[in-house]
Design a protein around this ligand. Sequence first.
Ligand SMILES: NC(=O)c1ccc[n+]([C@@H]2O[C@H](COP(=O)([O-])OP(=O)(O)OC[C@H]3O[C@@H](n4cnc5c(N)ncnc54)[C@H](O)[C@@H]3O)[C@@H](O)[C@H]2O)c1
Length: 252
Amino acid sequence: MRLQGKVALITGGSTGIGKAIAVRFAQEGAKVAIAGREEALLQEAVQEISAFSEHIFYIAGDVQYKQDVQRMIDAVIARWGTIEVLVNNAGICSPAPFLEMEEADWDRHMAINLKGTFLASQAAAREMVRLKVKGSIINMSSVNGLAAEGDQAHYNATKGGINLLTMSMAVELGALGIRANALCPGFIETRLTKPLIDNPAAIGPYLKTIPMGRVGVPEEIADSALFLASDDSRYMTGHCMVVDGGQLIKLS
Ligand SMILES: NC(=O)c1ccc[n+]([C@@H]2O[C@H](COP(=O)([O-])OP(=O)(O)OC[C@H]3O[C@@H](n4cnc5c(N)ncnc54)[C@H](O)[C@@H]3O)[C@@H](O)[C@H]2O)c1
């Protein structure tokens, strides 16, 4: 049990990568709160995890709004008296060519992916400092934060921003005992990527860009999040950890 008794909040924790992290953390003994916008899916995820853990609940809320984020953190503190791990996983991605990208679409990506990560990190870190908690904050970035993919200028920019935000947090919070790291997954099979996976004409050539020759699964990102949440990574902060089957290092 690598997270026995630890209190964790995972945003976007009802689906895909976030849900896999919630399951993995709960399996390792953590008390887990999941937050998100889709209440029916949050209920389903809580029900699934309740089958093996009694320490699970959800908070409905939208990470782009400061009052919602504060409510998430307050709910965790009210229930368990502390917060030790925050996973900023909530995110959106709706591709659009750069020349046609709408301002509203740009703003939406910035508000949810980047500002949401800032708001939740600040609110959680303030509580960690107040409670003298040696916390771990994990920001869900992407390989798109380290290299640019076409039709994703807004998404790429938010993930690049998350990487620098992570480093900035690590610089300022390190002396306070709080670590901040980013996870940069490659192509992971979730509802976000399902349209491409289900299109044989598109997925065939795409797989050739990945040295390991396959897409990843959410559980493989959850294992990396577990490492960053646990004491196994106790001397790591400000790191952007790439988990991508080798996609980013391949030139041809
Ligand atoms: N799937 C991939 O290939 C991949 C690769 C790299 C990074 N990521 C990142 O992983 C994270 C999870 O993505 P996923 O693939 O599991 O897709 P997903 O759509 O299943 O997960 C996103 C989650 O965020 C929640 N969410 C969205 N907007 C929100 C908001 N405003 N407030 C609160 N919750 C909100 C959704 O309800 C959902 O639960 C995202 O940050 C994504 O950018 C995914």
